[in-house]
Design a protein around this ligand. Structure first.
Ligand code: PGA
Length: 253
């Protein structure tokens, strides 16, 4: 059985000016460019993707985009199309981050269209799913995840699902400093792997990488990253500091 390579991705959200981004990337190059045991990516704000990527061309560090609109080219002032991703060197594109769902009202249907648009240009979608605190406390975690997965992957072939990265990000753990416990993560990731197997077959289930995200920090990364069925991390706050991000990358090896 093929061993999945972990993917540690830093989601910079709406942080960093261009000079700050370039400084961070130069430090990252120094600290993690030589890491070979896992995949590493940075996901800056869209304006910074191309210059950041250019600094990383001679390293193994990939770049990604945080969000796109769900159609091809068109008259949508201020939006970005999946068509633009390959030309700026993007390897990954996030779809359905909880901040997009909650603040910008993205439905599972919109997220599904984004996943399809990203796949259609040969880029890897990082499909984010996760329950709110209220949903967890009401015992609805599985129901919420099931719907996000069902609609999020609707209409996709086995081959397409095999190319997706999933990021389980419990909403209550994002930016709160309160990470999910190893037990909670193991339970959800195991359930997700099973769900993938039931819907797309065992080999797709074995292929899909499932990241954990939500307050991953240098001091909890090793434990979380060595939990069964965890294939990496989507890191927010701690990815804004090169030393912290590098430590998380190294903890995952
Ligand atoms: P956090 O964010 O690491 O700051 O909790 C994770 C994310 O939003 O992807």
């Amino acid at each position: 059985m093929e061993k999945r390579r972990k993917l540690i991705a830093g989601n910079w959200k709406m942080y960093k000016t261009l000079p700050q981004a370039l400084e961070l990337v130069m430090e990252l190059k120094r600290l993690v460019a030589m890491v070979r045991g896992c995949d590493v990516a940075v996901i800056p704000p869209a304006l910074l993707v191309e210059p950041v990527g250019r600094k990383l061309t001679d390293t193994g560090i990939a770049v990604g985009v945080q969000n796109i609109h769900d159609v091809g080219f068109g008259a949508f002032t201020g939006e970005l199309s999946a068509e633009m991703l390959p030309g700026v060197g993007a390897t990954y594109c996030i779809a359905g981050h909880s901040e997009r769902r909650k603040i910008f009202g993205e439905s599972d249907e919109v997220v599904n269209r984004k996943v399809k648009a990203i796949l259609s240009v040969g880029v890897t979608p990082i499909l984010c799913i996760g329950e709110t605190l209220q949903e967890r406390e009401e015992g609805r975690t599985t129901a919420v995840l099931r719907k996000q997965m069902e609609v999020g992957t609707s209409g996709l072939s086995e081959e397409q699902v095999g190319r997706i990265v999933l990021a389980y990000e419990p909403v209550w753990a994002i930016g709160t400093g309160r990470n999910a416990t190893v037990e909670q993560v193991a339970e959800v990731h195991g359930w997700l792997r099973e769900w993938l197997g039931d819907h797309f077959g065992g080999s797709v289930a074995e292929q899909v990488r499932i990241q954990y995200g939500g307050s991953v920090k240098p001091d909890n990364a090793a434990q979380l990253m060595h939990t069964k069925n965890v294939d990496g991390a989507l890191v927010g706050g701690a990815s804004l500091d090169a030393a912290s991000f590098a430590q998380i990358v190294k903890s995952s090896l």
